[in-house]
Design a protein around this ligand. Structure first.
Ligand code: HEM
Ligand SMILES: *[C@@H]1O[C@H](CO)[C@@H](O)[C@H](O)[C@H]1NC(C)=O
Ligand SMILES: *[C@@H]1O[C@H](CO)[C@@H](O)[C@H](O)[C@H]1NC(C)=O
Ligand SMILES: *[C@@H]1O[C@H](CO)[C@@H](O)[C@H](O)[C@H]1NC(C)=O
Ligand SMILES: *[C@@H]1O[C@H](CO)[C@@H](O)[C@H](O)[C@H]1NC(C)=O
Length: 340
């Protein structure tokens, strides 16, 4: 009969395996500030300790000059992340031999804030040359814009690198449109790993900022069977029609998403939507689509600022984690408008 021999060597070996395992677990615990995709809260801790302070003070200055810029900066991060991930592909300028994303339909005549990003970048280049990515600038500037506007604060994961390419077709296909159907909105978010709760919470960004007539005119006149959108409050419809007549001024005229408090990050967006005063069709259908899961969340957030803020922060972190370039991928651009 065979006998299992317990040699002292084996026991020692087992002990050392155990010790290694415990050490490994402790080491993993120290990595808790790091997300699974290689981003971390303290990425610039040694290489550019002032990075976040510099970004914050420059966002503050910009918002003091023009309150709307907070909304514009927040939107830049969204439009960056939804196309090829949060890689600053959005910021690349077109030239004779290069076509970027700025001229895609959702971006053209619409995105703002690029000059502020340039200013932040040039200050960071002075403080720590070649260290802080344009993609991270967008993530931090978006967070600061929300916080300055009275919204939630969250710790931004850092370490994204900048792409060496852009995708105009991606910008046209992946970004939701103001006249997207409920199903399309859900699908476009799902493709980014975002669910219906993220969709409702992130749409709450429309509590600040403005939209051009071009973005909502269709529903004022020709929604279905050439009738205005029946979900629109009639008084609000009249106001919007006055600002946006059927012909002309598509790009020049704008309306605030939240006329009550256009620069304050609050739950008024949800209150407006429930009252039939959502500005975009994509806002209104989150509530008006019968049997949708989004409707309940819209209603819930109208009276739960804390729940909205908490979910908005969580969803922003999730959005900021979309396919970042890390390690040896991509580059740290010297100028956010062009590849090195
Ligand atoms: C749910 C799908 C979404 C659609 C269809 C959509 C569409 C739009 C449109 C059409 C505008 C007006 C653009 C113009 O007329 O120039 C706009 C503005 C804005 N969007 Fe969205 N958006 C969506 C989600 C988001 C998300 C997820 C965020 C950020 C987290 C966001 C932040 C903003 C902000 C802050 C503005 C105002 C920008 C400014 O005043 O410069 N949007 N959006
Ligand atoms: C949205 O508007 C665009 C441009 O006006 C139009 O081509 C498209 O068919 C519309 N989509 C929907 C779903 O109504
Ligand atoms: C509405 O439809 C009419 C007739 O089809 C068209 O002439 C007009 O340009 C449309 N307006 C908008 C804002 O889509
Ligand atoms: C719209 O704005 C552009 C650029 O600012 C200007 O050239 C144009 O005349 C304006 N159009 C109208 C109808 O106000
Ligand atoms: C055009 O833009 C691309 C991408 O930023 C850049 O690599 C290239 O050098 C630019 N070309 C010119 C002539 O500026």
């Amino acid at each position: 009969m065979a006998r299992i021999k317990h040699s002292p060597g084996l026991t020692l070996q087992f002990q050392s395996v155990l010790i290694t395992a415990v050490a490994l677990m402790l080491w993993i615990q120290t990595l808790d500030a790091q997300s699974c995709n290689g981003l971390s809260h303290h990425f610039y801790y040694k290489s550019c300790p002032k990075a976040q302070a510099i970004i914050k003070s420059m966002v503050e200055d910009a918002v003091k000059k023009e309150a709307r810029i907070a909304a514009s900066l927040l939107r830049l991060h969204f439009h960056d992340c939804f196309v090829k991930g949060c890689d600053a592909s959005l910021l690349l300028d077109d030239n004779a031999s290069f076509t970027g994303e700025k001229t895609a339909i959702p971006n053209k005549n619409s995105l703002r804030g690029f000059e502020v990003v340039d200013k932040i970048k040039s200050n960071l280049e002075k403080a720590c040359p070649g260290v802080v990515s344009c993609a991270d600038i967008l993530a931090v500037a978006a967070r600061d814009s929300v916080a300055i506007s009275g919204g939630p604060f969250w710790k931004v994961l850092l370490g994204r690198r900048d792409s060496r390419s852009a995708s105009k077709s991606g910008a046209n296909e992946d970004l939701p449109a103001p006249n997207s159907t409920h199903q399309t909105l859900e699908t476009k978010f799902k493709l980014q790993g975002l669910n219906v709760v993220d969709l409702v919470a992130l749409s709450g960004a429309h509590t600040i900022g403005l939209a051009r007539c071009a973005s909502f005119k269709q529903r004022l006149y020709n929604q279905t069977g050439n009738k205005p959108d029946q979900t629109l409050d009639t008084t609000y419809l009249k106001q919007l029609r006055t600002v946006c007549p059927q012909t002309g001024t598509d790009n020049n005229q704008t309306r605030p998403f939240d006329p009550v408090s256009p620069t304050k990050f609050d739950v008024n967006y949800y209150k407006n939507v429930v009252a039939g005063k959502g500005l975009l069709n994509s806002d209104e259908i989150l509530y008006s689509t019968k049997g949708s899961r989004t409707a309940g969340f819209v209603k819930y957030y109208t009276t739960n600022t804390h729940a909205f803020f908490k979910q908005f922060a969580a969803s922003m972190i999730k959005m900021g984690n979309i396919s970042p370039l890390t390690g040896f991928h991509g580059e740290i651009r010297k100028n956010c408008r062009r590849i090195n």
